[in-house]
Design a protein around this ligand. Structure first.
Ligand SMILES: [Zn+2]
Length: 727
């Protein structure tokens, strides 16, 4: 699974007066939140080996499913094959709140369901193979999600941290790897995507049955099913593995920019890891309102559709890192799987590090070292506060499993040498293929390939809470680019006159990171002394240097007004958004309404990222600008309200809600949508909607509006409104 990684310069909150109302524009702050950490995985995902794995080995689960989009119910016919390791009277599958029907009792097996299990009772003998089948119905409370996408249905699953047994009877224990073969009936207008090769598609009365053949055993959290409106582009990896890139028909023009470098990443990882891709086929599927950035289901990665980006979106929110991370997991996590969450870094540390190696192929060494540097800074900060965590332990944070894990591998690779490291990793993967592993399995494998004593490494990097910042800095200092960077960074504590020449040189390099750092230092100085440096930075072609100006300068100096108009057309939606808002405020402070109107005209048709960062800002500014095309102002207001509807991605809705709050202009429709958002399946969105609803309910008029809509709320919405005492 992955959080995210997007270039994010810093920005300070700015408060601006807008007419008589105070409007708070958070600019970059929002971008941070929008792409930041949004999962609470480690907590929800600690599990121990169930004693049942000592008694039975489940071989195969075959499920034929029907989805009822209206009632959000799944009906399935399941057959399960298992071999007894010991004689027993009872064997179970995990299954939450399922209702059973049409049970076959062949072989004298009785089948019953409890709140969280399906139980097979019989006289099971050691070493004997059994098969049982049953039909079930479930209305999943989690793990399987029915969402609407622009009024079209979509269904997707997320097993890790949520447990597949909420929609498909299976075993939550990662230690029993099972061959899952899924088939599903669906409308022929829709596409079904699951793990494995698609075997047959039969058409009958507008219904298609898609059958998938997995061929390899996997832990149940890696089972995936998506049904929706999709098209697909196919490519073949150099090794012959078919690669499928799914997309919504309306996103056809975003496919090239979204999936850029996919084959290069695949070829690189397969080659670098030295073990063939573990499954027959590799699919990538965007879904709406996904819980995380991406999830490495076996041979079938699901990712958030906010990564479906156009050419400009690529600059700040591309899919490359998530793409490489989930692919790396196909070996580290899917082929070999931790025995329990204490060893979770064997998944996330490896996926993070190998993604970084793949990105180095694409974005170069500076990118690679700068990313390592950034994470070292975060780890050091936490460690300095006494909050450093051991890598090998349950319940770690994502920073520990992902970033500290990646750092441990980087240091280990430098300690034993790249060639030895690669050999050991390959041998470890082959030895434990389709099995479960611990940290010792990996370290023993490395030890068998080297004469270097790894005791110190293990102690410092695997079993110690404190982050080894000195080791990390010494490692980074070996790189020439990092030496330059540290040199410029050390200027932060120096007077302007002492560093001015150095900053000018840094800007001239046109290097993403050196230029940015120089610009951030300029923003700490009084403008008169640094204007020539800003002019130089504006004259560069470097998008990130220019973006650093747009985000770090809180007010535009007169001398840079025209340059900011140039920034409106940079190939970065972050830069464009920042330039738009800051120019609007610039004119506001001069009571120059005419220039505000002209400015708005320039961005009338811009939308921005999938979250509509520019469109929602533009609508808001247009409503706050006196007499801006008054004949269309109602339409623009309705447009903003429209974006709060459930059919839009939650990130876009969140923007629309935020701006409506600043305009203090909620009404019936947006309040109804805000209530819906308060029970949304994405935790982050739900929490922010709940807080906002609380604030709006201080307005008695809004309370009456909501009470007046009593009959249109769903059961879930009503339950929440009762809980917060609206009813
Ligand atoms: Zn991951």
């Amino acid at each position: 699974m992955i959080v995210s990684s997007i270039k994010t310069p810093s920005f300070h909150l700015a408060f601006y007066l807008c007419g008589s109302k105070v409007v708070i524009f958070e600019g970059m702050k929002y971008i941070f939140l929008c792409v930041g950490v949004f999962f609470a995985f480690a907590k929800a995902y600690s599990q121990e080996i169930s004693p049942q794995t000592a008694i039975v080995d489940v071989q195969k689960i075959n499920a034929h499913l029907q989805l009822d989009f209206e009632d959000q119910v799944i009906t399935g016919k399941v057959s399960v094959d298992f071999i007894m390791k010991e004689a027993a009277k009872e064997v179970f599958l995990d299954a939450h709140s399922v209702a059973l029907s049409s049970i076959s009792d062949e072989g004298g097996i009785a089948i019953t369901a409890t709140e969280d299990k399906v139980i097979f009772t019989g006289n099971f003998k050691k070493d004997k193979e059994y098969q049982a089948s049953f039909t079930y119905k479930v209305h999943p409370k989690q793990t399987a999600y029915f969402v609407n996408n622009q009024d079209k249905h979509q269904f997707w699953t997320q097993g890790q941290g949520k447990y597949t047994s909420h929609w498909l009877p299976s075993l939550d224990d990662m230690n029993d790897k099972i061959e899952f073969d899924i088939s599903v009936d669906h409308s022929s207008e829709m596409t079904a995507i699951s793990n494995g090769l698609i075997e047959t598609v039969e058409k009958d009365n507008g219904i298609t049955t898609s059958t998938f053949d997995m061929q390899h055993p996997i832990s149940s959290y890696l089972v995936a099913l998506v049904v929706g409106d999709y098209e697909v582009n196919e490519e073949v990896a150099t090794s012959g593995v078919p690669l499928s890139y799914y997309y919504y028909p309306e996103d056809a023009d975003k496919v090239a920019s979204t999936y850029r470098y996919s084959k290069q990443i695949f070829d690189f990882l397969e080659n670098k890891i030295g073990v063939p891709f573990p499954f027959k086929t590799y699919k990538q599927v965007p879904v709406k309102d996904f819980l995380y950035a991406g999830m490495e289901n076996a041979g079938c990665t699901i990712f958030s559709d906010r990564f479906m980006i156009d050419e400009i979106g690529f600059t700040d929110q591309n899919y490359v890192n998530v793409n490489a991370h989930e692919l790396a997991h196909q070996w580290f996590g899917d082929l070999i799987t931790e025995t329990k969450s204490d060893h979770h870094w064997l998944h996330e540390g490896f996926a993070t590090y190998y993604a970084l190696l793949a990105e180095r192929e694409i974005f170069g060494n500076d990118y690679f070292y700068f990313k390592l540097f950034e994470t070292a800074e975060q780890l050091r900060e936490l460690s300095d506060q006494g909050k450093g965590q051991r890598l090998v332990a349950a319940g770690g944070s994502s920073l520990t499993y992902y970033q500290k894990g990646a750092w441990a591998l980087h240091i280990l690779r430098e300690t034993v040498g790249e060639e030895t490291f690669d050999k050991a990793v390959r041998s470890y993967l082959m030895k434990y293929a389709y099995k479960n592993v611990t940290t010792d399995h990996f370290m023993d494998e490395v030890a068998s390939f080297t004469s270097v004593d790894l005791t110190e490494f293990s102690k410092n990097w695997l079993y110690q809470g404190a982050f080894q910042a000195e080791d990390a800095v010494n490692s980074l200092k070996k790189n020439e680019f990092m030496q330059n960077y540290f040199q410029i960074q050390s200027g932060r504590s120096v007077t302007l006159s002492a560093k001015f020449t150095q900053l000018m040189k840094a800007i001239e390099t046109e290097n993403d990171y050196l230029g940015q750092e120089a610009v951030y230092q300029l923003s700490e100085e009084s403008i008169s002394g640094v204007l020539p440096a800003y002019k130089k930075a504006m004259a560069t072609k470097n998008l990130y240097t220019r973006q650093a100006i747009a985000t770090s300068l809180e007010t535009i100096p007169k001398e840079l007004e025209l340059d900011f108009y140039d920034l409106l057309n940079d190939d970065s939606y972050i830069t464009q958004e920042q330039a738009l808002i800051k120019l609007w405020v610039y004119h506001q402070q001069r009571n120059d309404v005419k220039s505000q109107r002209n400015l708005l005209d320039l961005k009338e048709n811009a939308f921005g990222f999938a979250d509509g960062n520019i469109k929602t800002l533009w609508l808001t500014l247009s409503l706050a600008t006196p007499d801006y095309k008054p004949e269309a102002s109602l339409k623009r207001y309705k447009g903003l309200i429209e974006y709060t509807a459930p059919k839009y991605p939650y990130q876009l809705r969140q923007n629309a809600f935020r701006y409506l709050e600043q305009l203090q202009s909620f009404e019936k429709e947006s309040l109804k949508n805000l209530v819906e958002a308060s029970v949304h399946h994405v935790w982050r969105f739900r929490e922010s909607a709940r807080k906002q609803l609380d604030r709006q309910l201080k307005n008695t008029e809004y309370v009456s509006t909501i009470r007046g809509m009593k009959n249109i709320f769903s059961e879930k919405e009503m339950a929440y409104l009762k809980r917060i005492e609206v009813f």
